[in-house]
Design a protein around this ligand. Sequence first.
Ligand SMILES: [Zn+2]
Length: 326
Amino acid sequence: MRGIAASVLVVSIALATAGAGLILHQKLKPAPVPTPAAPVAGLPSGPPDEKTPPVPGPVVATTECADNPRALGVSRIVEVDTTGGPGFGFEHFKQHDFLRDKEVVLTFDDGPWPHNTPAVLAALAAHCLKATFFPIGKHAAWHPEILRQVAEAGHTIGSHTWSHATLSRKSRQDAIREIEMGASAVRLAAGAPTAPFFRFPALRHAPDMLAYLGQRNIAIFSCDMDSFDFTMRKPEQVVRSVMTKLEKHGKGIVLLHDFQRATSQALPELLHQLEANGYRIVHMVPKAPLQTIAQFDEMLSRNNQLAVVSAGHGSTVVRTIREAPH
Ligand SMILES: [Zn+2]
């Protein structure tokens, strides 16, 4: 699977120094922890209340994050052009090495989930940070109010299939259905534009789906280091895993799970250690939002209206759009 996108993509990273300093004004005060709803047993209970007005897009906060003088803050925002479905994460894709030394991208999979996702959001807010979430469609359908909190906090939201199926074991038709229903369900639950970012469950990349995502202009995210937090019950294990791997690699896209309790408990200490060790957090945003497919939206909601925004075709796949001074 390696090198799958190399022939069609050229990366160039533009450093928009004109944006330097803007991030300091973007720091957020810690967001209130949302109250998780009780999980709904069984199959998804359907789309959220269609009468609920849509939540505006990602919040651009202007308040200072004054409560924590040692807050990490976002050091750089990079915009990802997903045209052609570029792959990221050195565990599988080598083309786009956009991170500098000591830079970290935090990614969280498998949510939204009561208690754990809100705890992750609170820990990120306390450090004025933005991360990328890869929710599962079913979980989004069960807990849309939690996913809305993720969107309202300004995090980037991709998707991670409808039911966390291993796509390499599915027929083409079923695999596409998993991807598209997941993407539509997450978009609908978020109540705001989502990113054309996708992560394969268990990082099992089905070759035909890599090609499909390329045609859909959806970027594929593996990771630079997998925390394996899903194997851990103690928060300190999660902290040690991430810090040890970062020490070895020096930078990277880190895979964590907001679904996991130990991870949600580990996050305050993990962020503290990242700050203490001089790491800087990079926030990835898409150049254009995800365009879902009507057929799959309609499977989830008869009246769902989604914005249609044409994808850009610029030559820059990843570029800095804002940066704090060092
Ligand atoms: Zn997963």
